[in-house]
Write a protein of this length. Sequence first.
Lengths: 76, 258
Amino acid sequence: MAKIKGAVVVDTERCKGCNLCVVACPTNVLALATQVNSKGYNYSYMEQENACVGCSTCAFVCPDACITVYKVKLDK
Amino acid sequence: MSQTNSSINEIIKPENLVYKKPSVLNDNPMHYCPGCSHGVVHKLLAEIIGEMDIQEDVIGIAPVGCAVFAYKYLDIDFQQAAHGRAPALATAIKRLMPEKYVFTYQGDGDLAAIGTSETIHACNRGENIVIIYINNGIYGMTGGQMAPTTIEGMKSSTCPFGRDISLNGYPLNITDLLVRLEGTRYVTRQSVHTSAAVRKTKKAIQKAFVYSMEGKGTSIVEIVSTCNSGWKMTPEGANDWMVENMFPVYSIGDLKDI
């Protein structure tokens, strides 16, 4: 059965750490980092990398358009 | 169950891309507070303009309010109107250049307070424009004062104990009012708090843009939004509060589509 795997890339300098992507993610991939960007925001990052299915929910709700989503279908 | 465990770097390749920042939205970091609904709506506008390939044919009118700097983020032609006068300016632009897509982008303080007259008359004349109306029930930019759209019991800096109907009157549901006008063609109320809602809002705005070129009246897309800074809440707390308290007053869905 084909398995879908995804990955997101967060533009950490653009991210304002609003947490909306973290609560929106259906597979609890994202979390806010303990580090901050140059503006002092705790940016979002992939904490559970393997759980991502590339559904783009985080990117849809992101108010600052800082999430890019990639997705692959793995055969077998 | 260990399958060909392609690492994250193998997934992050241009051919696997499924979602990225629309190119119509430029790289300027937005000045909005973290979690503000304005950002999502800007992004949707950029996506729609990109997908419809109308970047050269669209003119936006920025309001007075938080979205006054909308022209800094969307890479399209923009005008900035005096407070509340965006529909009047849009009327002029659309009449002079009927081949252009003309939209106004207004908040509730702009559209439903100082601009009530312009809004109602532009809609009553049936101007072929799109009105994007962001309703968060508060004057966000000036510090969270009570707006005409503030719902009963909602706290703001000028009604710290909640809006009292006997003192401040009823919340103004201007979109319901506009439904009754002959000049409006498409009136809808949407939100952007979940990804499903974002997709619906995108479809609604796209429809409004298409309708605006058919010459059959004004299209209004109200977006019930949050102002977490003004409401003194976290972004996700503001979303929950909106679902619980704003939606019963401002019900989501198409109100008119002819």
